[in-house]
Design a protein around this ligand. Structure first.
Ligand SMILES: [Zn+2]
Length: 383
């Protein structure tokens, strides 16, 4: 049996341990030590990573009562090695996990809902509760949770004997009867959990509920604590700072400035659209009629304008072609006809004018690489 150092002291970062066994397992080596501070995945918390000597430990699992360290190289059985866990990662997980217990305890005491799902991702935590909560209620939970942090309450983890366990009222997802480890947060929560926690709530730092959504008849919240919360604040602060500078707006009021700017932009877009269409409506009178065809070549139409003109031109002509561009960059085109096979017409235009494009039965669009002179010559000789 491996001695679980993380239960006696969750703050052990470096230790020396003897290798009891080392088995090859595909690309990895499964190492069992006489004692370990590596927490194996459990209680919703991921496994610690780190080093045993210079072997990289990428995962730790408790399998059939044995704590297996997955190493990238073999180690000598019987030999003692210096071991170290990635402390920054572990500590931030302890901050998030202890923060989650506070939030779950407070939700339970205020609203009676149970924590029915808990996931720790790399830099955030999600918690699912058995009932729905709105933003206002979650704000109250957040206030109370942070008050528990300011109060710097003790967090005590222990294995009670079965008699005292029977008398205790604690939160638990499973009906456990033996080896139950309780995490007691003074004045706040009592919950069964196997993971390492901080000793005092003050170490958690900020507890921030970022988002929430309906989930299986209850609510799922997204939260960050401690250094993850700080980094999130820094990232979002930078974003708000930049937006406020761009809009010359106060930082705590950027959203209304953004909303005004978006409304302004919508108005300008609509005005611009109306203007373009009015130009196109006017320019359709400039269509040149050649045989069965009407055409127009311009420098600065967009697709909307070209379509407006083409739709008009195809009403009283067999085919209407509208080009926009210049001799250097080529010309975009839109062509329409209510009686010709326009897929064929596209082939004819593309092969004569070195172009690409296609479209629906009545209207096609594309781009050609040819001079204005060549385009006129093609139209007048083809239609
Ligand atoms: Zn827990």
């Amino acid at each position: 049996m491996t001695e679980k150092l993380f239960y006696g002291d969750a703050y052990i970062k470096d230790f020396n341990a003897r290798v009891l066994s080392c088995e090859e397992d595909g690309k990895n080596f499964k190492i069992v030590l006489d004692k370990t501070a590596f927490f194996p995945e459990g209680g919703g918390q991921k496994a610690d990573v780190g080093f045993i000597s210079d072997a990289v430990i990428s995962d730790v699992q408790e399998i059939d009562g044995r704590i297996i360290h997955f190493a990238d190289k073999p180690l000598n059985v019987g030999e003692c090695y210096d071991c170290s866990i990635n402390w920054d990662l572990r500590f931030s997980r302890m901050q998030n996990h202890s923060g989650e217990h506070i939030v779950s305890g407070i939700v339970h005491s205020l609203f009676g809902y149970d924590n029915v799902g808990f996931h720790m991702e790399d830099d955030y935590v999600t918690v699912d509760f058995s009932g729905e909560l709105n933003r206002e209620q979650l704000d109250a939970v957040e206030e109370k949770s942070n008050f528990a942090v300011y109060s710097n309450y003790k967090i005590n983890c222990y294995f009670p004997d079965s008699e005292s366990l029977d008398e205790l009222d604690y939160r638990s997802k499973l009906d456990l009867t033996e080896n139950v480890r309780l995490v007691e947060i003074e004045n706040t929560d009592l919950c069964a959990c196997c993971a390492p926690h901080v000793k005092m709530t003050g170490e958690i730092g900020i507890i921030k509920i970022l988002d929430f959504m309906r989930h299986r008849g209850g609510v799922r919240i997204v939260m960050k604590c401690g250094s993850d919360g700080l980094h999130d604040y820094r990232k979002k602060y930078t974003s708000v700072y930049e937006i406020s500078n761009l809009l010359s707006a106060k930082q705590d009021n950027v959203s209304s400035y953004v909303e005004n700017t978006m409304n302004e932009l919508d108005k300008v877009r609509k005005e611009f659209y109306d203007f373009k269409i009015s130009v196109a409506e006017n320019d359709k009178n400039n269509l040149i009629v050649s045989g069965d065809c009407a055409y127009l070549i311009s420098g600065n139409y967009d697709a909307e304008m070209m379509r407006t003109i083409a739709n008009f031109g195809m009403e009283s002509n067999l085919i209407c072609l509208v080009f926009s561009g210049n001799d250097n960059d080529g010309y975009f085109y839109i062509a329409g006809s209510s009686s010709l096979d326009m897929k064929n017409a596209a082939k004819t235009i593309n092969s004569a004018l070195n172009g690409r494009g296609g479209g629906r039965d009545t209207m096609i669009q594309g781009k050609v690489t040819a001079s204005k002179e060549k385009i006129i010559d093609f139209i007048e000789n083809t239609y």
